[in-house]
Design a protein around this ligand. Structure first.
Ligand SMILES: Nc1ncnc2c1ncn2[C@@H]1O[C@H](COP(=O)(O)OP(=O)(O)OP(=O)(O)O)[C@@H](O)[C@H]1O
Ligand SMILES: [Mg+2]
Length: 359
């Protein structure tokens, strides 16, 4: 079993040992955010003796969750360590398997994937007399998603005793779609979060149970949380107030799909720890990165540094196409490091004075 403090720098160690209260770790790419978070998990379990069933560790993609579970498994022996190391939607599924009986669904409810949702959309569109090409089906589902973001649809269409008449199905997109879902007690991706929140809102004992159970909550890549995500995380952590968030507003690239890095910046933290030692890149690359991100709005200042040797010169390349390699092959020659552009919506364009030559 590895020592929990093995290979941590002093700031990472501080983050690992800061177990109580609302802790925010602000850290650039490659500064060991995930490392600090996974070691903290092991510290809570191995040193403080917290049961993994009382720890929730969240991230954004299944791939990141799998990576986190694998890193944790190298340090924590408990058989069920990975129960609550998952994505937010993964957590919602676990929550709903226990709680969905409250709204009359069976524990074995179905989860719709994209293809299932499309199939249901097509049936609903037929009934509504709508043309169903690939494009219109996608548009139909986008519209359904928007309607589901508004309050009320669960109460209107999904609770026991809700009646969706033939007339409603023929005239309302949402009624048509949800009535078909209900035939097999199926939830789509949006429902997972919405129904979880509905149950927490309407069943005080469910809310109390989960708030009591989850003594410690940790969130990686918290700059990518949207309003619903923040709302759920804040609610679940309201009782114990042990919420540890790790993120980097300078790496926020998902505002176009609702991410709210500003809520990370304005998070009411009892303590903020900044990780700024980068373990991946050379000083030249970090100089460029620091220069570019210093132009971002809505950020928490930090200055990445590394102990690595100087490395290759950096060149600037502005691709014309949105997709494809677009010249990357020819430019990324062995004598230069390559700086690509990311779709960072809240940043200004590149600064006037670049610390590296244009090609
Ligand atoms: N204190 C340290 N000493 C040496 N190497 C470290 C240290 N902390 C992290 N690293 C190494 O740096 C790399 C990045 O670590 P990690 O994935 O935890 O960073 P991250 O900040 O989460 O990265 P990302 O921005 O990609 O999410 C890994 O190879 C890790 O082993
Ligand atoms: Mg990481």
């Amino acid at each position: 079993m590895r020592d929990i403090f093995d290979g941590l720098n002093s700031r990472q160690r501080e983050a690992v040992e800061a177990t109580e209260g609302r802790i925010r770790v602000v850290a650039g790419a490659g500064t060991g955010k995930t490392k600090a978070l996974t070691h903290r998990y092991a510290y809570l379990v191995n040193v403080l003796g917290i049961d993994p069933a009382n720890l929730l560790c969240l991230t954004f993609t299944n791939k990141a969750a799998a990576e986190m579970r694998s890193r944790i498994s190298q340090m924590v022996h408990s058989g069920d360590y990975n129960d609550f190391v998952c994505t937010l939607h993964g957590f919602c599924v676990k929550f709903l398997r226990e709680e969905i009986y409250r709204i009359g669904f069976p524990k074995s409810f179905t989860i719709l994937d994209e293809e299932d949702s499309k199939a249901i959309a097509k049936q609903a569109m037929d009934e509504l007399g709508l043309k169903r090409t690939e494009k219109t089906v996608k548009q139909f589902l986008t519209a359904i998603g928007k309607e589901k973001a508004l309050p009320g649809y669960i109460q209107t269409y999904m609770l026991p005793g809700s009646i969706i008449s033939d007339e409603m199905r023929r005239t309302s997109r949402l009624a048509g779609y949800v009535s078909r879902q209900m035939k097999s007690y199926a939830l789509d991706f949006d429902d997972l979060m919405n129904v979880t929140k509905y149950i927490l809102d309407h069943f005080a004992d469910a809310s109390e149970k989960w708030q009591t159970r989850l003594n410690y909550i940790m969130v990686d890549e918290a700059q990518d949380c949207n309003l619903d995500d923040w709302d759920l995380i804040e609610r679940l952590s309201a009782k114990h107030r042990n919420l540890f968030i790790v993120g980097d507003p300078d790496q926020a690239i998902y505002e176009w799909r609702g991410a709210r890095p500003d809520l990370f910046v304005n998070f009411a933290a009892d303590r903020t720890i900044i990780l700024d030692e980068n373990y991946r890149s050379t000083p030249r690359i970090l100089d460029v990165a620091n220069c570019v991100i210093s132009n971002n709005q809505n950020r928490i200042p930090k200055d990445l540094f590394t102990r690595k040797a100087d490395g290759r010169a950096v060149i600037h390349f502005h691709g014309k196409k949105r997709k494809g390699r677009d010249g990357v092959d020819s430019l990324a020659n062995p004598s230069s490091a390559f700086l690509g552009r990311t779709p960072q919506r809240h940043s200004n364009p590149l600064p006037q004075q670049l610390p590296f030559p244009r090609p």
